[in-house]
Design a protein around this ligand. Structure first.
Ligand code: AHR
Length: 501
């Protein structure tokens, strides 16, 4: 049995240009993301700096444009000065966000080196929990000022003659969360963000700054926080952050698969708040959105190392299955559908901690199911997003009504003369007979139809079975009389790549 769905796209009906930074990710000093993840001296693949080359290769394949660092909750207690200078002199400190010991073996300069090798920009975060204007403006001077001042010369003396030129900076992290070191009220944070932003920009006028939205749309602070904070720092920031995580811990898969409808609504709500403040201020400036933490997170709430003060303990090492990958795929489609407003996004996180890449200390690396939709979107989802006019059968779930079985969007890459259709069939038992009408493109042919599917929704990749869930290119999309037709398998992620000739 199969249902029918259709999609019409026209190259003149565009949503917006994809900002490549929506395919960003995140490395925090948390669990084994840094220690045992990107950095493991003594590992058989480690280079002279202790960076695992197997991890670097898996990250490079993803073509990650920007990586947020060093936190997350970690940043709210971090003294960046502890992580620079001769390694043997660096202090070991108690890390209060995750109750670990931070050796400071990796700090700003090493991470900049690693990001360069990965082919990524760094999205730096400053500590507005225990610190403020002074530490933030010094860090900008250290990282971005060429030389001739105390902090820039210190960087040079640490072996970094050229400035790092980090452009994008987060003004703290989740400052409304009671779990945050130095949590603040919206007024306290809005004022601090404004003053910090001013000083940071006085050091480097080229910075792009992200103010913290509330830590999630379910927070009591949500909406009022966004409005108050923006009211206080509107002129000095460029982005507002959004964070969201989903899981199927209640075991309701149809509801879980509809999670991206929540993401759609979240984005629309925050955009509306930004526009409200813009209207209130009679400003010409538009605030853009940075979804700088999003993912499926199943172990959320298990919080913090069971045994305190370890170095790099395993934490939040979620094992992702097919249904998790479908939700990640739907969320990527949601981000694309909001390409006019969401200009940055970070899959949280990148290695070992709620991550698409897993490693064993001293052992192998394997790719989680979620790696693949992220890879496909990053590789093929660059260009202009076209308005998807979709007709699909729908279902109702516990928290959502009218959930379309088809979640889809298409991206037109003018340079390559390619259109890519990203599509998820949410139906758990039936295929979806899809017709895509691309009438404005003229002659079109199918380059490839990639599919991620498995008989078992709970199938996952593990160290012992790393190839269990892998995409294949045996999808059945065909060109039929100017239209594309494909039978999307039940519960599947699909990437239909088309050539315009
Ligand atoms: O990504 C894991 C954690 O989730 C981050 O440290 C924090 O910002 C969020 O609550």
């Amino acid at each position: 049995m199969s249902n029918r769905a259709s999609m019409i796209v026209d190259k003149d009906f565009t949503i917006g240009q994809v900002d490549d930074r929506i395919y960003g990710s995140f490395i925090e000093h948390l669990g084994r993301a840094v220690y045992g993840g990107i950095y493991e001296p003594g590992h058989p693949t480690a280079d002279g700096n202790g960076f695992r080359l197997d991890v670097l290769e898996a990250v490079r394949q993803l073509n990650v444009p920007i990586i947020r660092y060093p936190g997350g909750n970690f940043v709210s207690g971090y003294n960046w000065e502890d992580g620079v200078g001769p390694r043997e002199e660096r202090k070991r400190k108690l890390e209060l966000a995750w109750w670990t010991t931070e050796t400071n073996a990796i700090g700003t300069n090493e991470f900049a080196d690693w990001a360069k090798l990965a082919g990524s920009e760094v999205m730096m975060a400053v500590n507005l929990g225990t610190r403020g204007v002074d530490a933030a403006r010094n860090l900008v001077e250290y990282c971005n000022h060429p030389s001739g001042s105390y902090w820039s010369d210190l960087r040079v003396s640490h072996g970094y003659k050229e400035p790092h030129a980090f452009k994008t900076w987060c003004l703290g992290n989740e400052m409304d969360g009671p779990w945050q070191i130095g949590a603040k009220t919206a007024v306290e944070y809005g004022r601090l963000a404004n003053e910090t932003a001013k000083a940071m920009r006085w050091v480097d006028p080229g910075l792009e700054l992200v103010a913290c939205g509330s830590s999630g749309s379910s927070m009591n602070t949500f909406a009022e926080w966004e409005a108050t904070v923006l009211d206080l720092c509107y002129d000095n920031v460029d982005f507002l952050s959004l964070h969201t995580y989903y899981n199927n811990n209640k075991g309701d898969t149809p509801n879980f698969l509809a999670s991206s409808l929540d993401m759609d609504h979240f984005i629309d709500s925050v955009a509306a708040i930004c526009d409200y403040i813009q209207a209130k201020k009679k400003s010409k400036k538009k605030i853009y959105l940075s979804m700088d933490e999003w993912n499926v997170w199943k172990t959320q709430g298990s919080s913090r190392a069971e045994q305190r003060w370890q170095v790099g303990p395993p934490e939040f090492e979620d094992v992702y299955n097919l249904e998790d990958a479908l939700v990640v795929g739907c969320c990527l489609i949601s981000l694309l559908k909001h390409a006019d407003r969401v200009k940055m996004a970070c899959l949280a996180q990148l290695v070992n901690v709620i991550a698409p890449i897993s490693t064993e200390n001293g052992g192998p690396l394997w790719l989680q199911t979620t790696y693949f939709p992220y890879l496909h979107a990053s590789l093929y989802g660059r260009g202009t997003v076209l308005h998807p006019m979709i007709s699909s059968p729908k279902y109702d779930a516990k928290d959502f009504t009218d959930v379309p079985y088809l979640e889809a969007v298409s991206v037109y890459n003018e340079e390559l003369q390619e259109v890519t259709v990203f599509a998820v069939n949410r139906h758990l038992t039936e295929g979806l007979d899809l017709t895509v009408d691309l009438r404005s493109f003229g002659k079109i042919s199918v380059l490839e139809h990639l599919v991620l599917e498995n008989e078992d929704l709970k199938a996952a990749n593990t160290k012992d079975n790393p190839h269990n869930v892998r995409p294949h290119s045996r999808g059945n999309a065909i060109q039929d009389n100017g239209q594309i037709r494909a039978l999307l398998a039940k519960a599947s992620w699909n990437v239909i790549r088309l050539k315009i000739s």
